[in-house]
Design a binder for this molecule. Structure first.
Ligand code: FCB
Length: 486
């Protein structure tokens, strides 16, 4: 694999600076397992996994990657890859297993993990909420009930009390769009509700919870880096000459991106988003002071990018319908409240999630953010997730060669490099994911890891993409694609 001579530098030349943050990301429910150990109680995902037909093959998070017991080995893997940072989430149900109860044993797990990372020179980046609300809290109304805000602040304070002496990087939420609209409108994710008004309220309460946690962290540690992670897309009109397509694409992007970017960075919900929500559900209940709290300054915007979308106003011809991966049987609703747009298939390669591979979308998104959102707000961006699912094959000699994932990752790192060359202030890149893991409603069928996990034996095998990524980290450069495809 290692060429004898130094490979050609990437087309953009410049490479990435020495202080660029290279990391890998995971989330508690997707890797930890130990669902009933250490005082943890059910989260909404434990409950959802028991709903017939909700998760492919009836998979659960009971064992997952058994990271709860194997974290030392996983930290050693990270060190071997040369990671500077590790983004992981804390399980709220492990820390607050019942109303008003702070579970010292749950916090001790994360405290040991933080120590283990720091001992290897790996900076912990904590996500406080990556989709696994305690079931007891959902039973009180979950994100749809405003009472969640005080609970999230209390949880944040408990985590900070245990880890804040060592953790400098905090992300309050992961992808609140998914929590609100996949969880409460489409019912595709836990808690599986299909109630549009609850989804809109959930979106607002997620943002208020981000605000409350940010305020608490600032008070407790004025020097900490605090931000949140959004899933962002780039929507293009199917026919740029057709005003209906242009409008449909703009609304698609507004419902995913601007519904969260605007309140956080510009202090209000965009009118077209409120109109769309109103046409399908209602508008969120916004109290005095909410928008000012939500738009308090952040230190970083985490961007998760997987794919863009080509959008048309009219229903696409059958051969232009974007396929969906084998789905769990439970019927789901439309998360894009108030949108009449359709996502149209392009002639692009797709991953096994049926997500289109469009690295230039990442470059364009980052340039757009710099021009319209994060740039004017003076907020740097970090890619907190990017990656791809493919069907990996373990060779007879035990190795896993994944040229498609390798090409995906390197093309996206190159897009980051190009965006930086065009002025986008991007400071880091975290691959999704360190390990193959529980991919939500797709269970274990979709593999995103740069490290293969054989679930029956829990054997970890770095794939060839892990070696390619380690090489990028070491050199700060993306090798020529021809050399990575080999
Ligand atoms: C993101 C999630 C992450 C993972 C990837 C594939 O939306 O944040 O947990 O499932 O997609």
């Amino acid at each position: 694999m290692t060429p004898a001579t130094e490979p050609p530098r990437s087309a953009t030349g410049a490479g990435l600076p020495a202080d660029f943050v290279w990391g890998a990301a995971t989330a508690a429910f997707q890797i930890e397992g130990a669902a009933r150990e250490g005082g943890r109680t059910d989260s909404i995902w434990d409950t959802f996994c028991r709903v017939p037909g909700a998760v492919r093959d009836g998979d659960t998070g009971d064992v997952a990657c058994d990271h709860y017991h194997r974290w030392r080995q996983d930290v050693a893997l990270m060190a071997d890859l040369g990671l500077a940072a590790y983004r992981f989430s804390v399980s709220w149900a492990r820390v607050v297993p019942a109303p008003g109860v702070v579970n010292a044993e749950g916090l001790a797990f994360y405290s040991d993990l933080v120590d283990g990372l720091l001992a290897r020179g790996i900076e912990p980046w904590i996500t406080l909420y990556h989709w696994d609300m305690p079931q007891w809290l959902e039973d009180r109304g979950g994100w749809a009930d405003r009472g969640v805000v005080a609970e999230f602040e209390a949880y944040t304070r408990a985590v900070h009390a245990a880890l804040g002496d060592r953790v400098r990087h905090w992300l309050t939420l992961n992808e609140p769009w998914c929590s609100a609209f996949l969880g409460y409108a489409a019912g595709e994710h836990a808690p599986g509700r299909q109630d549009p008004q609850a989804a809109v309220d959930a979106a607002h309460h997620l943002l208020l919870s981000h605000a409350a946690a940010t305020r608490a962290l600032r008070e407790l540690d004025p020097d900490a880096m605090v931000g949140l992670t959004l899933n962002l897309t780039l929507a293009d009109p199917a026919d740029p000459q057709d005003p209906a397509d242009v409008q449909a694409a703009a609304l698609h992007q507004a419902l995913v991106n601007d519904a969260f970017l605007h309140p956080v960075l510009h202090g209000g919900y965009p009118p077209e988003v409120l109109d769309a929500w109103a046409s399908a559900a209602g508008v969120p209940h916004v109290a005095d002071g909410d928008l000012a709290a939500i738009s308090a300054p952040i230190d970083v915007l985490g961007v998760n990018y997987y794919h863009g979308a080509l959008v048309s106003a009219a229903e696409p011809a059958p051969d232009r319908v974007l396929p969906r991966p084998p789905a769990p049987p439970r019927p789901t609703g439309n998360p894009m409240l108030g949108s009449q747009g359709h996502v149209v298939r392009r002639d692009l390669p797709r991953t096994t999630m049926e997500w289109e591979v469009q690295p230039d979308g990442l470059r364009r998104l980052l340039v757009h953010l710099q021009a319209e959102h994060t740039g004017p707000a003076g907020v740097p961006v970090v890619i907190t997730e990017n990656g791809a699912a493919y069907d990996d094959v373990v060779a007879a000699d035990g190795t896993v060669h994944d040229p498609e994932r390798t090409a995906y990752l390197l093309a996206h790192v190159r897009a980051v490099q190009e965006a930086r060359a065009q002025g986008a202030d991007v400071r880091g890149y975290f691959v999704w994911s360190l390990l193959d893991n529980f991919e939500w409603a797709h269970g274990y069928a979709q593999r995103f890891g740069i490290v293969h996990v054989d679930y029956p034996t829990q054997t970890r095998t770095p794939k060839s993409s892990a070696r390619a990524f380690a090489d990028v980290i070491r050199t700060g450069h993306v090798r020529d694609t021809s050399s990575v495809q080999a």
